[in-house]
Design a protein around this ligand. Sequence first.
Ligand SMILES: Cc1cc2nc3c(=O)[nH]c(=O)nc-3n(C[C@H](O)[C@H](O)[C@H](O)COP(=O)(O)OP(=O)(O)OC[C@H]3O[C@@H](n4cnc5c(N)ncnc54)[C@H](O)[C@@H]3O)c2cc1C
Length: 444
Amino acid sequence: MTSGSKFRVGICGAGIGGLTLAVALARYPDIEVVIYEGAQKLGEIGAGIGLFSRPWELICKLGLDEELLKATEIRPVDGPVSTFNYRLSDRPEGLEFFTLVTKGNLMTFHRPDFQNALLRKLPRSTKIYCSKRLLSYTQRPTGPVELYFEDGSTATCDLLVGADGLKSAVRRSMFTDKAKVAQSEKRMKEAGEYEASIEPTWCGTNAYRALIPTERLNARHPGHRVFTQPTQYLGKNGYVIAYPIAKGKLINFVAFTARHDLEGTKFNGPWVSPVDSSEVTEMYRSWEPEVKALMDCIERPLRWAINTVRPLSTYVHGKVAIIGDAAHASPPHQGSGAAQAIEDAFVLALALGHASTTRENLPRALDIYDRVRRPVAHDVHERNRINGQYFTFHHTPLDEDISTEETLRRLQDLSYRFTKNWEWAWSTSAEPVVREALELLNSS
Ligand SMILES: Cc1cc2nc3c(=O)[nH]c(=O)nc-3n(C[C@H](O)[C@H](O)[C@H](O)COP(=O)(O)OP(=O)(O)OC[C@H]3O[C@@H](n4cnc5c(N)ncnc54)[C@H](O)[C@@H]3O)c2cc1C
């Protein structure tokens, strides 16, 4: 450990959560940070990411906005903005029924640009080791946390943060330990709950992701709506979302296919894999021409079987914490998973950097992080799940024999409900959570 440092934080995973935490901790020069990334080199998948005003406020507080604004043409505004167009699209003739107006705009980026902006903000003192895939860790009441990697090497740190995503090895180790202790004390129900927290489950939905070169789409469908207006095309058991990124050079495309009856089951097959485009275009073949034009432009989309982590009873254990998808991977129907990882990172860094936090009382800082962040993340998880149902008309029959008037009435009702369920993302701020954490940190 460098002389003069208060304690050493090991971050497992250099995704958006892990890197944001490292940037946030850089404000406290007496905290040493080492990042261990499992992949051979750093790299986000080439897809889009959108952030509403709630996480954007934190991005500004971390001083990341200047770097990020270089990667997008969108300029943040405070007032009302038309963010998404909504169309009823699972029929030959689509119907526009709603415009989502948000407070402030959705800031959209190409993920590799986003990651590069975070990397540029890291101080030289932050060490990043690649090809360091964590298998497990051990901790004792005193002494450092010991980390064990797939390549046979080991390392130690005073505090371990698992920012290692959906399949988190840190979460696995944490809940395996907790289950063992509960078993040894004959608390069998609790042990069962801990064990059930380890493996993610499939939410019955797949997302097919692709980046469409704008030129290609323009050649097939000159002046396509999505060049100027981010759009969600809704239908029974599926929806498509498309918006421009990379200063308009690419269209971020995601098509969802939902089997709500399979929620909570195990997905058979790889969770992320390139597939033949026919796997998704088949379901959309009777949708409106605008959607078919998008489908015509995708080649070998990446299929993401959407797996989620059940709401956990804690995000911390002793000197170990989990953040981001490792703690609360949710269905992505409100574009808020990375945003929630950013919020975790912000609050955790605040707790660790607080003057009252020392190497000896780290569990106290982690408990405060857990106490303020977990209820919010769980609420967001449920809201995402519900929006997934709204967007695929799970409880809203809209068969073609229903009159246009009645269809519009049901769609208006649906728009009202999904907006209400989602508006936290742009009409609320993380400030009360930050304030609560500070009050707890300042109290004896
Ligand atoms: C289709 C789709 C669209 C989405 N759109 C949005 C959006 O618009 N806005 C938004 O906010 N969110 C969105 N999300 C959610 C968002 O992508 C995730 O919530 C976010 O990336 C989670 O970040 P993370 O850092 O927690 O995890 P990850 O991004 O998964 O990063 C984990 C890192 O840990 C590394 N790692 C894994 N295991 C180990 C190990 N054992 N040892 C060491 N390193 C390891 C990985 O290689 C990776 O670098 C979307 C998700 C999907 C599926």
